[in-house]
Unconditional design. Sequence first.
Length: 295
Amino acid sequence: MNNGLVDLHVHSNRSSDGDFSPEDLVRFAREGGFVALSIADHDTVAAYPQAVEAGRAAGVEVIPSMEVTALYDGREFHCLLPFLDWESPTIAKIALRVTEGRYAEARERVENLRRLGFEISWDDVAAKSPETAPLGVTIAQILLDKPESRLNPRLRDYFDKDAVRPRGPSAFYRDYFMDGKPASVPKRHIPLLEVLSVAPESGAVPVLSHPGAYFQNTTREDLACLKDRGLHGVEVYTSYHDPAQTAVYAAAARDLDLVPTAGSDFHGRIKPHVAFGAIKDGGYWMVEALSERRP
């Protein structure tokens, strides 16, 4: 199985910004020739145990995980937790803490958009995201889905496809919700160092998501410091990285003895430019290497 394809970072509809069920994702993996898959929804493990059972039935290994939104050095960082015990009290505490912050951020984002003159209410958002805390891109998608939004000249560009800069909710997020933008809100994320310190209690092996993402800009020094505090892997192969970034982080992983992993960060229509199976650099050896570091 060493040569089998793996994707250690996809999202299901148990996260507010995913479109497909755990069963759908497992089916996509089987049809695409992937032998292992990790559903890592934002700050929730609601896909489990359903995802594992679907994988077992389809002959695809599903590795339980979660993607935690955290804060480090004043920046937002995302941390994957493969091999976690989804029933762990530690995971429940992390998820609850992050979710409470998410709801507070979401309400402020909606209020900021209303002050800017956009036609959206908290009831609109709550109706479309009844079970999970809505992320910024989710709020953006809900706004863009409203029929009247297509008549708003300020939103016209977000309905056009641009090969250079993907449009839609992700672009809206960058223009309105990023730090310093008109509808930005204070971050209420859990400290990344705290996540790294308690992750072993759940059996997880922390992996840093898409280090080259525009909101992280992870340096080699960051990785070295995080390695000393419990980081075991870094997502080298991802839809966020260009070839130069991939080379930089591959070298850093090698030099710092971090497991390089591969993950597409597939969501669905939130990221229409990222197709399922878009990243084919993941091999099963990555799963084995991470497994060897389980606490």
